[in-house]
Design a binder for this molecule. Structure first.
Ligand code: SF4
Length: 348
């Protein structure tokens, strides 16, 4: 790896490039403004596994509704889940809410500027802690996300599969960032370089501030890096989902248990795919049809295919977990994406 002088040169080049090309983001402090730790934290939690484009409207709605961490801590959890619906990985939303409460109860509403204390917060792992420490508190940490990993793998022409060398790549990224004069800008610049210049396909090396030093570019192999291991096919699951309506224009829904897949979200009853079968297939329910097309949805660990069966039912609710909900008010519920697909298909 480079000596201190070369690292310093690389840092200066990247910071100078960022100064000219930084994008405006709703969570990013303008030049000369102090970063808001609440904005840094909220955006970093939202950006895990999700793109900037997808996150922007969610971030804006959240800060409009809950302008600071105290407001978010006081929010009803169902409201938080509802606002989050569609962003996926719902455990993040539950931890977000828990974390807001801890920040208010234990730190009087101020995010701690101590890295170890940040790491102990619910939902805050090494990446998020490094991002908050550097972005919000200008401390010497480098946040290593997928963009940074790609830049580093190319810069050092690392030919081993990324999943085998994650630790090494992280160390190399930290080596490139260590001791830089502006950790807040550097960590964002590094991610920005990967997002806008060192892109997964067709990296724009001619515009890159590190083009002279980059081993991947010099060897002509940049675009083929980082090497990915062939993915094994995701297991497939099949099930049935019940679209149950009554004569008052209502549909039957229930809340999922707080923990586990889609925890705390609203669903339509179903069986056969998640080990939580809801058997409504008895005499009181009148089967009225089947939707021809199946709903398909990809989760992190499996692919789901659901057959929608339509029922009519006007008796007593099967148990207290169920409730009737006006069809035109379904928008108000915390429906995860897969349930929104079911809804759309059932009424089309
Ligand atoms: S020179 Fe090209 S491959 Fe190397 S870091 Fe820059 S954009 Fe990425």
């Amino acid at each position: 790896m480079e000596d201190t002088r070369s690292v310093k040169l690389l840092q200066d080049k990247l910071l100078e490039w960022y100064g000219r090309h930084r994008r405006q983001m709703p969570w990013r402090a303008e030049e000369g403004q102090s970063p808001d730790p609440y904005h840094a934290w909220l955006s970093e939690i939202m950006l895990q596994q999700t793109t900037v484009t997808a996150v922007k409207p969610y971030f804006e709605k959240f800060v409009k509704r809950w302008p600071n961490v105290r407001d978010l801590a006081q929010a009803d959890q169902d409201d938080v889940m509802h606002m989050w619906a569609g962003l996926g990985y719902y455990a993040r939303a539950r931890n977000l809410h828990k974390c807001a409460k801890v920040v208010v109860n234990e730190y009087d509403g101020h995010f701690p500027d101590d890295h170890a204390k940040l790491l102990a917060l619910p939902g805050v792992g090494p990446y998020t802690a490094a991002a908050i420490s550097s972005i919000a508190f200008n401390q010497d940490y480098t946040a290593v996300d997928g963009n940074v990993e790609r830049v580093v793998a190319r810069f050092y022409a690392v030919k081993k599969p990324l999943s085998d060398v994650k630790k090494d790549i992280k160390e190399k990224a930290e080596h490139l960032g260590r001791g830089n004069p502006s950790p807040c800008d550097f960590t964002q610049a590094f991610m920005e370089l990967g997002a806008t210049i060192c892109t997964p396909k067709s990296p724009k090396c001619v515009l890159c501030p590190w083009q002279t030093e980059c081993e991947g570019r010099k060897k002509g192999i940049a675009e083929s890096l980082p090497v990915k291991k062939a993915k094994s096919a995701k297991p497939k699951r099949d099930g049935q989902i019940y679209w149950v309506t009554n004569d008052k224009g209502q549909v039957l829904v229930r809340k999922r248990p707080a923990e586990g897949l889609l925890g705390g979200m609203i669903e339509f009853p179903s069986k056969g795919w998640d080990g939580r079968d809801q058997d409504i297939d008895h005499d009181d329910f009148q089967r009225i049809g089947l939707v021809k097309e199946k709903v398909r949805h990809v989760f992190t660990h499996f692919e789901l295919s659901l057959e929608i069966v339509k029922y009519r039912f006007s008796g007593d609710l099967p148990d207290s977990a169920y409730q009737w909900y006006k069809l035109e008010k379904l928008e108000d519920l915390a429906l995860p994406s897969v349930m929104k697909k079911v809804w759309k298909m059932a009424v089309s």
